[in-house]
Design a protein around this ligand. Sequence first.
Ligand SMILES: Nc1ncnc2c1ncn2[C@@H]1O[C@H](COP(=O)(O)OP(=O)(O)OP(=O)(O)O)[C@@H](O)[C@H]1O
Ligand SMILES: [Mg+2]
Length: 521
Amino acid sequence: MSKLISLLLALFVIRTTVVILNFIAEYRFEYLQKEATADFFQKTYESLQKLSIERLISEKGGEYISKILSDGEMAGIVVSGFLPSILLNLLRFLVVIAVLVYLNPILGIISVIFIPFYFFVFKKYSKGIIESSQEERISYANVLESLKEKIEGLPIAIFYKQENFLIKKFLFDIKEWLKNIRKVIFNMKAYTASYSYLSAIFPLVIFGVGAVLVSIGRTDIGTMIAFYLYSENLFEPLSNFSKNLGAFSQVIPPFSRVLTIIETTYTAPDGTRTLRELKSISLNGLTVKYGDKEVLDNINLKLDFINNVNIAIVGYSGSGKSTLVRFLSGYFDSERCLINDVPITAYSKKSLRKYILLVSNTDFIFGMTVRENLSMGENFSEEEMEYALKLCGLNFGREFLNTKVGEGGKALSTGERQRLALARAILRKPTLLILDEALSGVDAETENVIFKNIKAIIPNLIVISHRLSTVLQCREIYVLDKGKIAAIGTHEELLASCSTYRDIIKEQLIENRNNDVSAKA
Ligand SMILES: Nc1ncnc2c1ncn2[C@@H]1O[C@H](COP(=O)(O)OP(=O)(O)OP(=O)(O)O)[C@@H](O)[C@H]1O
Ligand SMILES: [Mg+2]
């Protein structure tokens, strides 16, 4: 009796321990899996930070989000469960084969002959699975991109009472995705059906061969039945193995999409030279194309900083002004842009940023405090930050530094947002500041005052502005026309010699007159 009780007790302890250990193991495994996914998100985002700006902005935002969140998670989960499962099934498979060969060597060898059939089935379907999964991932990225756009654009659609317009567009993208999902599911299920069919048929073959062996007296019926029953255990690991291979094929596309981020890390190597003095910037036959469209056509120029540079760039909308200054500032990289006669790509970006900054009217404002938008993690004193804000006409006292500006700066007016972006650059006191319509959202009078403030503290300025009053404050004016520099000179010189400049000025003068009229009204 006491033996029975101690046996029961031992069983109770063993079973309880197994449940507890199982709970801990499963909890740890699942948590580790999520932790690995989170780590993966971080690593991929870090890789994203090493891309060139040009590449970064050429791809859709939804594409990156789907790569990092969806593709990354999908690939991570399957792969993390994949290895243990493969090892387990391989082990089971080897043990079963050994037992079968022990039971009956002939039947054992026949069982092994079935293995290539599974690989044949896999080979037949894997291409289709990979291709359809690839298309599915692309269309899923489109759905995310589309959703992002349809949410951001919803206020304007509601205002125009055209919500249906967006629904229809969104539905189109969803349907495209569903169509591709259907292909993936079809391929996966056809593959599953095929290997399951093999697993259902082969035991019958074994049974048949076994029966023949019994009839010719090569084995006894007991061994044959034991063999048949045991052989069932052979096909389960084979099926699991096939299932893993299928799942693996399905995650190849998400995996390789994620790798496109990680691999391209090396497309934007940072230079090793440290810029210590800004002597000159030149463009050496810079031609820029967007698709087939030529935006800059063999631009050659040299700016010497021996005397202070003070340039306005004017030109019709679409003439290439923004593109030009993006290359001049190193926002976009080109071997054809030289700093002190050395390609800009040779310099470390960090050292370049101490000397050259570009501010445009669409510069990003983070949904953080004014202080964080200004410092972006660097150390500046409150006095410095307040002073920079003041120069930009944001005289709201020190408390303003702690103001949260809302997502994308939506709690600020357009002009305030632009001035905050400008203060961010001024705070860093660059040797050369390039402004691309940086103050288009403020009134002409305010732009004038801010521009004067900037001129007093920043030694070199290049300005793109549609305001004549700002252009007139610059010593030299570059006229850009259809991607070429049409003329360079002072306002008076260009009025006398350049018809394009006269036309541009005429239009801007009209704009100014209108402003004057509205100002007086
Ligand atoms: N990412 C892009 N993809 C395709 N085309 C582009 C892209 N960026 C600019 N373009 C085209 O390049 C041309 C020059 O653009 P850019 O922004 O340099 O002109 P801009 O002179 O600054 O015009 P604006 O005065 O209107 O700001 C435009 O015709 C524009 O359509
Ligand atoms: Mg522009």
